[in-house]
Design a protein around this ligand. Structure first.
Ligand code: PEP
Ligand code: MG
Length: 659
């Protein structure tokens, strides 16, 4: 028996909703399958279900066969038709889904350590802070299957051994979850791994191979590789990252089969720098995180699980060193700078002293800055300087509020688009922007419209191959060419404006027509919402100043918009013609270069003359050495990573009264 329906589950059967769906299906005796585009998979396997990639508004069929088939179909169809399915319920399952992803941290400029004479490596700055400590190399040996062919009489015993190993891995994960000393994010990650360990796709494939004569270890390695390859092939970064999880689970099962203990992180000394090619999320989540001084890895990037865990525990991390991580295998002491991505091997005395000083200063500063949380900084003439937060997800609201953010000066909407398998719906966007508006009211929340380009493609938008993606089809250029996507975002923003002080800014603006065309689209969206009877409100429209063109037409632009926000990261790269991602030209990529500072000043003058607010949301906004100059130029809003807010407030409070 079968029934078809349109999936209304918000975001589709992704992570948590998929896990909940499987749990529901497993409650029935019947065989249950979910069918999409002619492909049928067992509804009792979360791996298979995730790989089916069922999205919101797609048609699927639930097929059931057994004594309770009618009840199963009723319940599962009900689930699929419920937009909030899997989202309201408590529980750890699936919390490691895309909801836990965090925005990439921002590289804060710090004085470089004197590292002459000591080898320095450059990686991805994945979690800010500096650390120096004894190196703790964690390079567990690869497990290789013996590749033994089983005799017919051995097969049953080998299957039993394998089932026992799976049960023991699951029991260990259950114990870890029951201990209840994991953070919500870490629990989600462990729970996701436990689901994979229990999943029929993995166990079924291993059993098939054992029945064909493979020994259990070889079978687990082969099955994990096959499933990991399936995850890697899906066009979704969240699901791609599950490939590592499958390998991690496979490894745990193999270790039990071999009667070996994994190389443990339990013995890591206090303050040590953990060095590894890769650290499984499972290993890191149950490691003694309080003892880890810093993390350096060959694998990983700013949005990998390791980065998320490191950031949420305040551990500095440099990832993505590639094979150069091997240079660290024999290191005794390692210093890392999570702001710049530098890793220094066996630093000389001067460098050690410098790092020690910076670590101690950071700890002292951290404690001393707390009193500035609730300070409202003002200029000598009484004008309030808004010190706001740059964030990229709702999960960061708490950190921003804790830091004392006076609203949001840059909400990067890219993550909303990048972390999902399909373009976010208008409703989903409206909910997100409304939640932000409510959280920070009466302060403003400046939402930047989608700023994505060929260097960071997202599911659902075809990007052309470009020689120079930074000079190509990104930001407002792409949005104006794709009104279907852009209008959905603008409608969501108009709806959210009812709930607080929403402002909207456009990235990568280089001509006035981009503003006027956007305004026409906003008007069109407002008229549509009115005709549909959907509550909405107007918002201030501003622009980011991050291209030389925008600086040169700032006076004219200022007449068209409600505010400027200077994006120093891009403005620096475009003024200096120095790629912000290219370490070879990093020296040129310097906001303090007189050319860039003049561009900032020109912008500020034009904005002040026109009487509009001029703010800044690039990295430079959080630099205590530059803040006085920016305020002197007339900037009245500075938006930065939450970690920099209290220091910025202190800097402004300490500024001498203007003459
Ligand atoms: C900038 O360019 O300064 C900016 C804030 O935007 P992003 O870093 O997201 O490009
Ligand atoms: Mg930018």
């Amino acid at each position: 028996m079968e029934r078809s329906t349109i999936v209304r589950v918000h975001e589709g059967l992704h992570a948590r909703p998929a896990t909940r769906f499987v749990k529901l299906a497993k409650g029935f005796e019947s065989e249950v399958e979910l069918v999409k585009d002619g492909k049928a998979v067992s509804a009792k396997s979360s791996v298979k279900l995730m790989l089916l990639a069922v999205k919101e508004n797609q048609e699927v069929t639930v097929r059931a066969n057994g004594a309770d088939a009618i009840e199963a179909i009723e319940a599962l169809i009900g689930y699929l038709e419920n937009p909030r399915a899997g989202l309201d319920d408590e529980g750890e399952a699936g919390e490691g889904g895309p909801e836990t992803a965090a925005a990439a941290p921002e590289a804060a400029p710090l004085a470089a350590a004197p590292t002459e004479g000591t080898p320095k490596l450059q990686g991805v700055a994945a979690s800010e802070g500096v650390a120096i400590g004894p190196a703790f190399a964690h390079f567990p040996p690869e497990i290789e299957g013996p590749g033994r062919h089983l005799q017919a009489g051995e097969i049953e015993g080998e299957l039993e051994r394998f089932r026992g190993a799976v049960a023991s891995v699951q029991a260990r994960m259950d114990r870890t979850l029951a201990e209840n000393n994991l953070s919500a994010g870490d629990r989600g990650i462990v729970a996701a791994l436990r689901d994979i360990a229990a999943d029929d796709s993995l166990t079924g494939e291993v059993e098939r191979l054992i029945k064909g004569g493979d020994d259990a270890v070889s079978a687990v390695i082969a099955a994990a590789s096959t499933i990991a390859a399936d995850f890697s092939a899906v066009d979704d970064p969240y699901l791609n990252a599950r490939a590592d999880d499958v390998h991690a689970v496979g490894r745990q099962i193999c270790l039990v089969l071999l009667g070996q203990d994994d190389v443990s992180l339990e013995t890591i000394p206090q303050g040590a720098i953990l060095i590894a090619d890769d650290i499984g999320a499972w290993d890191l989540a149950r490691a003694p995180l309080k003892r880890i001084g810093g993390v350096v890895c060959g694998h990983g990037g700013a949005t990998s699980h390791i980065a998320i865990i490191a950031r949420s525990h305040g551990i500095p991390a440099v990832l993505g060193l590639g094979r150069r991580v091997d240079d660290l295998r024999g290191a005794k002491v390692v210093a890392i700078d999570g702001h710049t991505g530098h890793v220094i091997i066996d630093p000389d005395e001067a460098t050690r002293a410098d790092f020690m000083r910076r670590v101690e200063a950071a700890a002292r500063e951290h404690t001393g800055l707390k009193v500035f949380k609730s300070v409202t900084p003002t200029r000598a003439d009484g004008t309030v300087i808004e010190v706001a937060a740059n964030i990229g997800s709702l999960e960061e609201i708490e950190a921003a509020q804790e830091a004392g953010a006076m609203g949001v000066g840059l909400f990067r909407t890219e993550l909303l688009f990048m972390r999902h398998m399909h373009l976010p719906s208008e409703d989903m966007q409206a909910e997100t922007y409304s939640a932000l508006a409510r959280a920070f009211a009466p302060h403003s929340v400046i939402v930047r419209t989608l700023d994505i380009g060929g260097d960071k493609p997202i599911a659902g938008i075809e990007f052309p191959e470009e020689e120079n993606p930074f000079l190509g089809w990104r930001g407002i250029r792409m949005c104006l060419d794709r009104p279907d996507i852009f209008k959905r975002q603008l409608r969501a923003l108009l709806r959210a404006a009812v709930h607080g002080n929403i402002k909207v800014m456009l990235p990568m603006v280089s001509e006035i027509a981009e503003v006027t065309r956007t305004r026409a689209l906003v008007d069109e969206c407002a008229a549509e919402l009115k005709a549909e009877g959907v509550p909405h409100a107007s918002f201030d429209l501003g622009v980011m100043i991050e291209t030389p063109a925008a600086v040169l037409i700032a006076s004219a632009l200022a007449k068209e918009v409600a505010f400027f926000s200077i994006g120093t990261n891009d403005l620096t790269q475009y003024i200096m013609a120095a790629d912000r991602l290219n370490p070879t030209v990093a020296k040129l990529n310097d906001v303090t270069n007189p050319a860039v500072m003049s561009a900032i000043e020109l912008t500020a003058k034009a904005g002040v003359a026109a009487g509009i607010m001029v703010g800044m949301c690039g990295e430079a906004a959080g630099r205590p050495d530059l803040i006085p100059a920016f305020i002197g130029m007339g900037l009245t809003e500075l938006s930065m990573s939450p970690a920099s807010i209290q220091r910025a407030k202190k800097t402004i409070a300490a500024m001498a009264p203007e003459r």
